[in-house]
Design a protein around this ligand. Structure first.
Ligand code: FE2
Ligand code: FE2
Length: 180
């Protein structure tokens, strides 16, 4: 059961990473050619708001709560990651607003758009690195089988359409970005 819950979170990280790779490719296109695939970037941001921000981090928070209740050191160490969970949806919203403004015909300075996109990719990646290198191994050491099972049962009700879900819905185009 431990493996099942962790596998789910790692699969979701792989999808987020694939989205960031695609978004980074669009920043390169914008930098080199002066244009990028705005529809793709907007779809990625919509997905980030609708799934990782809304479900992925809350799934992790359930595990953090269980581990923090057992271990004060873990609770103290996890503060920064929890702050990132609070901040990430706002970052997603700001990038979405930037892309929506471009869609509406606003002409924003290219360096500003590049900076916004690059900072977002960097923050998402840094968050995943800390979780996978520091937080997840600590969870494995702290939680017992029953706690993993509870988390997995609750997480299974919040399925991601690109990470284990059967119907990609409006995100079909994003499926092609994820390596098998
Ligand atoms: Fe997270
Ligand atoms: Fe995560």
């Amino acid at each position: 059961m431990t493996a099942s819950a962790l596998r789910r979170l790692n699969a979701e990280h792989a999808v987020i990473s694939a989205m960031m790779t695609a978004l980074e490719a669009e920043t390169v296109a914008l930098e080199r050619e002066g244009s990028f695939d705005l529809d793709l970037a907007r779809l990625i941001l919509r997905y980030m708001a609708e799934y990782p921000d809304r479900f992925h981090h809350p799934k992790e928070e359930m595990l953090f709560d269980a581990a923090a209740a057992k271990n004060g050191d873990f609770a103290a160490r996890i503060g920064g990651v929890r702050q990132q969970h609070d901040a990430l949806p706002g970052l997603t919203a700001r990038v979405k607003e930037t892309l929506d403004a471009i869609e509406m015909g606003e002409s924003l300075p290219r360096p500003q758009v590049l900076q916004t996109l690059k900072a977002y990719v960097a923050q998402q990646r840094a968050h995943i690195v800390v979780e996978e290198n520091e937080v997840f191994p600590a969870l494995v050491g702290l939680l017992d089988e029953d706690e993993w099972a509870v988390a997995e049962n609750r997480a299974a009700a919040m399925e991601d359409p690109l990470a284990g879900g059967t119907d990609p819905g409006p995100y079909k185009r994003l499926q092609g970005l994820i390596l098998p």
